[in-house]
Ligand binder design. Structure first.
Ligand SMILES: Nc1ncnc2c1ncn2[C@@H]1O[C@H](COP(=O)(O)OP(=O)(O)OP(=O)(O)O)[C@@H](O)[C@H]1O
Ligand SMILES: [Mg+2]
Length: 359
């Protein structure tokens, strides 16, 4: 459905060149909800703008539904209005001088061949209903709450009935509660309409909960692309591991295939074409994958003896810092099973949960 190949964008500024996007390749399947996740300035918006035809790439190719809309080498650029895509901007871009109805109707009025008035009315009504803004038609757009404005921006994108929708941090202006409510609503709306979505965010929870696949970006490059679970459980680099969720890092050295030496002790891991013995690596373990050992637990687990240093109550979980060897590891526990500071504890971690990172 969407193919981006070797995309590069370089901005020329007074202070030199900014390589905003470097060699990005993305394939998004029809009906897929694809998320670009990364820190501020990593090139997410620029990539999206290239798809929409609002930014001219320096090099690469972009195909939408089989049609080449940009090809740097062949000098092809299809202008924005000829690309059948809808976009929700980072800053909503709602027209303050127009009513809710006219905001949604605007892109339809611009379409060629012309859309009849009766159909415009119909499609606007349907879009407003989908985002639960029925009855707000005549209200001036600025007299909506932040959440309602966000839904208005969404309605405007939906009413074009384009097969592709690009969303640039559409929930970032909402308060935490509304954001959580809107996440799944938005995903199911896009799925129900059968749209292919590229969704940009710097919020890990949004990426994990909404996406079919996540591409993590850093400095203009995609550093990992996987389903959310894999991104979380099997990060390939220190950057990805620390960008998503909490994690313990240990400096290690591969002792033999499947065994790594760390300041916390020797740990067995599942070796799949991993680094050779002698290689210096980073070992990453999620706090929820560390357990206090109980008798009869699985025999192939790693066991580490330690002392509980600190116990922090976080409501639904307890966060315990445990000193083991010369390392400190954070473990998350159910509050009912909290050890006291100073207590001895044996930590258990499965080899499959010991991640070996090269970078
Ligand atoms: N028109 C421009 N001229 C020069 N530099 C630009 C321009 N637009 C973007 N940049 C730079 O390109 C890089 C990528 O910007 P981009 O807006 O794509 O980041 P982003 O990932 O969307 O960040 P954010 O999460 O803050 O929105 C940044 O370093 C930015 O300063
Ligand atoms: Mg941006």
């Amino acid at each position: 459905m969407i193919k981006i190949e070797d995309l590069a964008v370089t901005f020329r500024t007074d202070h030199g060149d900014v390589h905003a996007v470097k060699n990005v390749s993305i394939h998004v399947a029809e009906g897929e909800f694809y998320t670009l996740l990364g820190p501020s300035g990593c090139g997410k918006t620029t990539t999206l703008r290239c798809l929409a035809g609002l930014e001219r790439p320096t090099a690469g190719r972009i195909l939408l539904n089989g049609e080449t809309v940009f090809d740097g080498a062949r000098g092809i650029t299809v202008p924005t209005h000829q690309r059948d895509i809808a976009m929700v901007f980072q800053s909503y871009a709602i027209w303050p001088h127009l009513t809710v109805f006219e905001n949604v109707a605007f892109p339809l009025r611009e379409m060629r061949p012309r859309v009849q008035d009766a159909e415009i009315k119909d499609r606007v009504a349907r879009s407003l209903e989908l985002v639960q803004l029925t009855g707000y038609d005549e209200r001036p757009a600025p007299f909506l709450s932040g959440g309602q404005q966000q839904r208005l921006a969404l309605a405007r994108a939906i009413c074009r009935e384009s097969p592709v929708v690009l969303l640039d941090e559409p929930l970032s202006n909402l308060d935490a509660k509304l954001r959580a409510e809107t996440r799944l609503e938005l995903r199911s709306l896009v799925k129900r309409l059968g749209m292919t979505a590229v969704y940009v965010t710097h919020d890990q929870t949004e990426a994990l909960t909404m996406a079919d696949r996540v591409a993590v970006m850093n400095s203009g490059e995609i550093v990992q692309e996987s389903p959310p679970r894999e991104i979380y459980q099997k990060p390939i680099s220190r950057f990805v591991a620390s960008f998503i969720g909490q994690i313990n890092f240990l400096e290690g050295e591969i002792k033999e295939k499947g065994v790594v030496d760390t300041p916390a002790g020797k740990l067995r891991y599942v070796d799949k074409d991993g680094p050779e013995p002698g290689t210096k690596v980073t070992v990453a373990i999620r706090p929820e994958n560390l357990f206090p050992d109980t008798k009869g637990a699985s025999q192939d687990a790693n066991l580490l003896d330690g002392i509980v240093e600190e116990v922090i109550f976080l409501g639904g979980i307890l966060e315990c810092t445990v000193k083991t060897g010369s390392a400190q590891l954070t473990m998350q526990l159910h509050p009912a099973h909290g050890p006291e500071p100073g207590a001895g504890v044996t930590l258990r971690v499965q080899p499959d949960d010991v991640n070996i990172l090269r970078k």
